[in-house]
Design a protein around this ligand. Sequence first.
Ligand code: SF4
Ligand code: SF4
Length: 206
Amino acid sequence: MAIRKPKVRELGEAIRAIIKGPFTTKFPFEEADIIPEFRGFPEFVDEDCIRCGACSEVCPVDAIEVEEVEENGRVIRCVRFRYDICILCGQCGALCTTTKGIVYTNEFDKSTFDRNEVINEIEDELVLCEKCGKSITTKKHLQWIAERIGEKAYANPTLILPYLEDKNLVDIDTNIEEPPEILREDLYKILCPECRRAVWMKENFL
Ligand code: SF4
Ligand code: SF4
């Protein structure tokens, strides 16, 4: 049945709205009033992100890009948030390898005409296999693993050498021309899993 006369309560609300103004916020003309618990866009934490790229694997909308680029003879891994795609779901922070590599800001509005403005990027040098030149992972990633497993890291030169380099105890020069054949001293080099397996096979069984 159609309502012919407004109820008293609705009439009261209409009068209050005329006097006090609308109940809705004036955003974007005024700053929005955000509660502290609000989850906005994610950001990398420089000291706790190891640039492993695992967060990009769990992002449901592919808003985290991982790119490996050559720069002045070094290979760099860039991990970047694309805020123009991010849906603020929180998966990346919940499943971050270190659990502390991402924080959520209160920001939710990044409207722009230039998509390159809505990018948050972080990078680190990649460690390359001294035999085949394949990228293993970032220096920070290997150092983080070495710190977590403690003295056991000394069992694997791929883990311990970047860790010792960070403490200025060794120099790693990955630009050395390596002979293609497998030698015994290769056991003490930074190697990708395939090359380490090949070196172990040769050392123990051939
Ligand atoms: S440490 Fe966390 S935030 Fe950094 S790349 Fe890995 S998963 Fe992503
Ligand atoms: S909050 Fe969700 S959508 Fe945004 S980058 Fe993280 S995982 Fe991707």
